[in-house]
Design a protein. Structure first.
Length: 146
């Protein structure tokens, strides 16, 4: 019941840890169905001035539109505005998500709007891990040259 009044959910970005809000709703609720029914009844009277079985078509179209709207709104709210991290994309294609973050960070560097903004709290690679990565890289380079 509580969540009905709190459409947005406060959380933190999984990548840059900046606070953000995302929409809870992923799918249409009973309220959207009732709203679609009312909208289709209004449309029915506006077009035919009486009851018409074609109201069912209008109802289905209204339902589809609100479902699409809620889906798109949720999908857009999930992406971090600061670093561009997209958790949904990350689950499916981590490389694409990484590229998007990189593009967003490059854009941030060039945009004077962000010059005075608080720097993002980006995850740093610990020294040990960086060394391990470097060693791995070297190994690969060596094996490639052989
Ligand atoms: Zn972020």
């Amino acid at each position: 019941m509580f969540s009905l009044f709190h459409k947005r959910h406060n959380c933190f970005c999984a990548f840059c840890k900046s606070p953000r809000r995302i929409y809870r709703k992923k799918n249409i609720s009973l309220m959207n169905i009732v709203g679609s029914a009312l909208a289709s009844i209004v449309v029915m009277f506006a077009i035919w001035q009486q009851y018409d079985p074609r109201v069912m078509i209008a109802f289905v179209v209204c339902l589809a539109l609100s479902e699409v709207f809620v889906k798109i709104r949720w999908r857009l709210s999930v992406v971090c505005r600061s670093c561009g991290f997209d958790p949904v994309l990350y689950l499916k294609h981590p490389e694409q998500a990484a590229q998007k973050v990189k593009a967003q960070l490059d854009m941030r560097k060039q945009d004077p709007k962000y010059l005075l903004a608080k720097p993002l709290n980006l995850p740093a690679i610990p020294a040990e891990k960086a060394k391990a990565l470097q060693a791995k890289e070297k190994g690969r380079l060596v094996s490639r040259s052989i």
